[in-house]
Design a protein around this ligand. Structure first.
Ligand code: SF4
Length: 570
């Protein structure tokens, strides 16, 4: 039995992303405001003592695991801190020009008008990782404790299934699961309220939703995978502030997908491609889709003569309003991507994530005011969400992603009509509305692949290490590091399925959907059988394997704190 230290706090936030950082800072500000109102007799509640607030983060520093495009709508940032620019918020550039391209294999058709949801003029291009670093500084100045290298490993519950905190991961366990000389057991952080803001497919959020059935009566979540590179290009290739979004090549018409190209300061370009993880063809490889995207003549022209600096990949919650779980339970709240706050039509979730955090903070103050941390009080969070601009924004696009599950052309018709009618569903929608991606993947026998199916899917794709890169080279540019002498954090519940059914039925799609070459089928020299090999140290923590595996037998858990990618500046 391991003896663990217990630390009592008032509020623990899991994950130092935009939702939780905004929440913690807003909470500190709201305590002051609340107490001033009570002192002046303008509020009938009681004064709230200054709260002990902690944020735990699995990355080596705040920002190390934060990845986004990103063009930020500053609406929430402005509500949090009206003078955010004066206070040094490190936005990169103001968007000066929008463009929307439909790409065929060799040509681009520039839309004469940018679809309104993709209009970004006046908004900010930024590195979300930098913004989070800055927000963390603001939180620390306000008295919030931030603990990097502390992954949340387990939720803690009392005998009535109320969440009472979180256990952080052990350090110093060797690959066979035995303690090393530097062993340090994880700490039990006990809190009156725990806030999960772990991003897309958070591992604790997944545990919690399963245990407390928070997804009951909701539509299944659907995800996409964003794969991104940061480039430095010769001056003149793209203007600072130019934002381009694309549809079409290289995705086929049945697959949800699109690209982005953002011109930043100092000739830096943020370029990436999003592939829906509800694709049908098991040979699709989102990393290859992105590499192919860059070979389009109009895209390649922007990167010509440039150099790739950094790489990253991250899953995105794409389902929106109908796929949001229940947002609270006794002692716990869900914020940001953990709770599906992204607006898929605008490809934006930072502003909604921050706002969800701020509404969670206001709910927490109310809970301390009433000294009640059960769902009776915490459910006011859902009411606050539903009476805020988050609801207006997300409800209006509630049918957006589902219409893509019937293919691109149905989606274009549907989403135009939805835009005109406040989001009403029109024809050609799938009967079940959202269908989980892993249930949509089709078996190989539906396709006419023979021999090297991947080569048939991507016949012309070559990794020239100039414009296009293989996964291993890309992983090097993600700055990934994990201590190799630790148990793998990728738990395959039944490897026999990989060697038999999955090989035959889907051709082991983990080898393709993982953007970091973690999974390989390798011949066992003794048995001659091809078996799964897991190169866990390559993992960029995108969570795709946990999401897209058709048998749902991959369970992503947190590795030792500090391991993973380094997206600083991405
Ligand atoms: Fe993403 Fe899973 Fe691959 Fe890690 S192992 S990079 S989480 S798909």
């Amino acid at each position: 039995m391991i003896e663990r230290e217990q630390l009592e706090m008032d509020v623990v936030f899991v994950g130092a992303g935009p939702a939780n950082l905004a929440a913690a800072l807003h909470l500190k500000n709201q305590i002051k405001e609340h107490n001033t109102l009570v002192e002046r007799g303008l509020h009938h509640g009681r004064k709230v003592e200054d709260l002990e607030i902690g944020i735990i983060e699995k990355g080596s520093t705040v920002g190390a695991h934060i990845l986004s495009g990103a063009v930020i709508d500053p609406i929430a940032l402005r509500e949090l801190m009206p003078d955010f620019l004066e206070q040094g918020c490190p936005v990169d550039s103001v968007v000066t020009e929008d463009a929307f391209w439909y790409l065929t294999e060799k040509r681009k058709i520039q839309s004469p008008i940018t679809p309104p949801p993709l209009k970004n003029k006046g908004k900010y291009i930024a590195s979300l990782s930098r913004i989070c670093e800055w927000l963390a500084e603001k939180c620390e100045e306000a008295g919030v404790n931030i603990f990097p290298e502390f992954p949340g490993a387990e939720m803690l519950y009392d005998e009535n299934e109320r969440v009472i905190g979180v256990r952080t991961g052990d350090k110093g366990i060797d690959k066979d699961g035995k303690p090393k000389p530097n062993f340090e057991p994880g700490v039990d952080l006990l809190a009156k309220v725990t806030v999960l803001g772990e991003g897309s497919r958070g591992s604790l959020t997944k545990q919690l939703m399963q245990r407390l059935d928070l997804h009951e009566d909701k539509e299944p979540q659907v995800f996409s995978l964003g794969v991104k590179e940061l480039w430095e290009v010769p001056a003149g290739n793209i203007e600072e502030g130019r934002v381009i979004h694309t549809l079409g090549f290289p995705s086929d018409a049945k697959t949800y997908g699109g690209g982005w190209i953002y011109g930043m300061k100092n000739n830096i370009v943020s370029i990436g491609y999003v592939t829906g993880l509800d694709y049908l063809d098991p040979m699709i490889d989102p990393h290859a889709e992105f590499q192919k995207f860059k070979t389009h003549p109009d895209v390649a022209k922007i990167l010509a003569g440039g150099k790739m600096l950094k790489y990253g990949a991250k899953a995105i919650n794409a389902g929106g309003y109908y796929t949001m779980p229940q947002l609270c339970a006794d002692g716990v709240l869900l914020v940001g991507d953990s709770a599906s706050f992204l607006n898929g039509q605008r490809i934006k979730g930072i502003h909604t994530a921050m706002k969800s955090g701020m509404l969670a903070a206001e709910t927490i103050i109310n809970a301390f005011d009433h000294n009640d941390f059960t769902s009776k009080t915490l459910r006011h969070y859902e009411e606050k969400v539903n009476s805020s601009w988050i609801y207006d924004e997300l409800f209006a696009v509630r049918n957006f992603h589902a219409s893509f599950q019937r293919g691109r052309w149905s989606a274009l018709v549907n989403s135009s009509l939805q835009f005109l009618t406040g989001g009403l569903a029109w024809g050609f929608m799938p009967r079940e509305h959202h269908i989980a991606g892993h249930e949509r993947m089709e078996k190989l026998d539906k396709y006419n692949y023979n021999g090297d199916a991947l080569r048939q899917r991507y016949p012309d794709l070559k990794f020239d290490k100039d414009l296009t890169f293989d996964k291993v080279t890309n992983v090097f540019h993600a700055g990934v590091s994990h201590n190799e002498d630790q148990p793998s954090h990728l738990h395959i519940l039944d490897t026999e399925i990989c060697a038999t059914r999955c090989a035959e039925e889907y051709g082991n799609p983990c080898q393709r959907f993982c953007p970091a070459a973690v999974y390989e089928m390798e011949e066992n020299s003794k048995t001659g059988r091809r078996e799964i090999k897991v190169n866990f140290s390559n993992c960029v923590h995108c969570k795709t394997c946990d999401i897209a595996d058709p048998y749902q037998i991959i369970n992503w858990v947190t590795p030792e704190g500090g391991g993973g990618p380094n997206y600083k500046g991405m």
